[in-house]
Design a protein around this ligand. Structure first.
Ligand SMILES: C[S@@+](CC[C@H](N)C(=O)[O-])C[C@H]1O[C@@H](n2cnc3c(N)ncnc32)[C@H](O)[C@@H]1O
Length: 387
C-alpha cells in the first residue's frame, strides 16, 4: 500500500537514498571547484531539506552539502558560498537549524520552497545558483514558479537544478484525477511501499497542471498503454520542459531493487554546461554499479550473468564512438556526444579508453598521431572498423 510521507522517513536512511546522495555528493565537489572560477558568489539551495541527519546517524542532504562546501573551503575558494536549506515542518526545521549552527555559511529557513523561491530568484542577479529539489512526492513543486528562476539561464547566469521527480506517484495521481484506472502496486516490478501522498490530498487536474507546467501530461497518460511506459513518458516529458531552459538535461532512475522495472523516482539534472553532463554521467554510472552489485551472484562466475540493463554491454562502445564521430571533433566533444546517446551507461573513462584503443588500431586518427591525447585534441575517423 502506498503510505503517507511523514517524519518516520528520517528514522533510518534507505539503501536507495544512498544512490541519490551519491549523485548529489559526487557532483558537488567538481561543481564547486569549477563554479568558483567564475568569480561570482554561489548559492546552494536545498529546497526540501529535512532535519539534516537521519535517526541512524547518516547524513541527510543538508549535511552532505555543508560537509562538501566546508571541505572545498579548506583551501579557501575565491568566491563566497552560501547554503540555504528550506524545511516546511516546524519540528524538522528546528532540528535542522540546530545542526547547521556549526556551519557559518549555512542558513536554515522555515517555510515552503515556493515561499522562498522569489528570494532565491532575486539572488540570481548576483549569484550562481545550484538548486537541489528533493520532495517526498510531487507536492510543493510548481513549474511556473521554478521557471521564473530557470529563465535567468538565458541571460548568462549559471543556474543548475538537480530534481527528484517521483514519476510513478505522478502517474498514479494523474490517472486518478483523470478518473482512469489506477494500477495497484505490483511488488514484482516496484517497491512495496512507494511513497505516495494520494491519501494526503485528493489529486486535482489543475494542481497537477501546475506541477507539470501545462496539460501535456494528460494526453501522455491517455495515449500511453502501460503503467511502466507512462512512468517513462512522464519523466521524458518533464525533461523536455527543462530542455526549454537548459542545454543539458539528463535523468537517472533510482530503483529499490535490481529486478524492478518501475523506479521509485528519477533524479534529473538541468544545466547549461556539457561539463556538468559529463560529471553527472560518471556519478550515474557509479550509482548503477551500486544497484548492479545487489544482483551479483554469490559464487564467482566466468562470464557476466547479469542483464545488460544492469551491466551495460561494453562491446557496444566502439560502435557508439564511431557513430558519434562525424568529421573532426575534439576528443572531449566526442566523449560528450557519446554520453548524450547513452547517458549513464558508460563512464567518461571507459569512453576515453575506447577512443584511445580505436586510435591505436588506426581506425581513428589524432592530430598528434598519438593515442594518449588531451581532450582538446582533434580526432577523426580514417577507416571503418570492418576494414
Ligand atoms: C524527501 S524529504 C528530504 C530529504 C532530504 N533531502 C535528505 O536527503 O535528507 C522531503 C522534506 O521536505 C519537507 N517538505 C515537504 N513539503 C515541503 C515544501 N513545500 N517546502 C519545503 N519543504 C517541504 C518534508 O517535511 C521533508 O522533510
Amino acid at each position: 500500500m502506498p503510505h503517507k510521507a511523514d517524519s518516520s522517513f528520517f528514522d533510518a536512511k534507505k539503501y536507495w537514498s544512498r544512490r541519490k546522495d551519491l549523485l548529489l555528493g559526487y557532483y558537488l565537489v567538481p561543481y564547486l571547484a569549477k563554479i568558483a572560477t567564475q568569480r561570482r558568489p554561489v548559492l546552494i539551495v536545498d529546497a526540501f531539506a529535512g532535519p539534516g541527519k537521519f535517526g541512524d546517524g547518516e547524513a541527510g542532504s543538508p549535511l552532505i552539502i555543508c560537509g562538501t562546501v566546508q571541505k572545498a573551503n579548506s583551501k579557501p575558494l575565491p568566491v563566497e558560498v552560501t547554503v540555504l536549506c528550506i524545511e516546511s515542518v516546524k519540528e524538522l526545521h528546528g532540528r535542522l537549524a540546530n545542526l547547521l549552527e556549526q556551519f557559518s555559511f549555512a542558513e536554515a529557513h522555515h517555510g515552503t520552497f515556493l515561499d522562498h523561491l522569489p528570494t532565491i530568484e532575486r539572488r540570481a542577479s548576483s549569484h550562481s545558483i545550484f538548486l537541489y529539489v528533493d520532495p517526498f512526492t510531487v507536492e510543493g513543486l510548481d513549474w511556473e514558479a521554478m521557471d521564473r528562476l530557470f529563465k535567468h539561464v538565458s541571460s548568462g547566469v549559471s543556474v543548475e537544478v538537480l530534481l527528484n521527480l517521483n514519476s510513478a506517484s505522478l502517474v498514479r495521481r494523474g490517472l486518478a484525477a483523470l478518473k482512469l484506472q489506477v494500477p495497484s502496486v505490483d511488488t514484482r516490478y516496484e517497491d512495496d511501499r512507494p511513497l505516495d501522498a494520494t491519501d494526503v490530498e485528493p489529486p486535482s487536474l489543475t494542481r497537477l497542471d501546475a506541477v507539470m507546467g501545462g496539460k501535456w501530461w494528460r494526453d501522455v497518460l491517455k495515449q500511453t498503454p502501460t503503467f511502466a511506459a507512462q512512468v517513462d513518458a512522464i519523466v521524458n516529458g518533464y525533461c523536455d520542459r527543462l530542455r526549454t531552459r537548459f542545454k543539458e538535461v539528463c535523468s537517472h532512475p533510482i530503483k529499490a531493487l535490481p529486478n524492478h522495472t518501475i523506479p521509485k523516482y528519477y533524479l534529473i539534472l538541468g544545466s547549461r554546461s556539457a561539463h556538468a553532463l559529463r560529471l553527472m554521467n560518471d556519478a550515474m554510472v557509479k550509482s548503477s554499479e551500486m544497484l548492479a552489485d545487489l544482483a551479483k551472484p554469490t559464487e564467482a562466475t566466468l562470464f557476466e550473468t547479469r542483464s545488460f540493463d544492469l551491466v551495460p554491454d561494453e562491446s557496444r562502445l566502439p560502435g557508439l564512438v564511431l557513430a558519434s564521430l562525424s568529421g573532426q571533433k575534439q576528443r572531449g566533444t566526442l566523449i560528450i556526444d557519446v554520453i548524450r546517446v547513452a547517458t549513464g551507461d558508460y563512464s567518461s573513462t571507459q569512453i576515453r579508453q575506447t577512443i584511445n584503443a580505436l586510435i591505436k588500431k588506426g581506425i581513428i586518427q589524432s592530430e598528434s598521431g598519438r593515442s594518449k591525447i588531451p581532450d582538446k585534441e582533434l580526432v577523426w575517423r580514417v577507416k571503418s572498423s570492418a576494414e
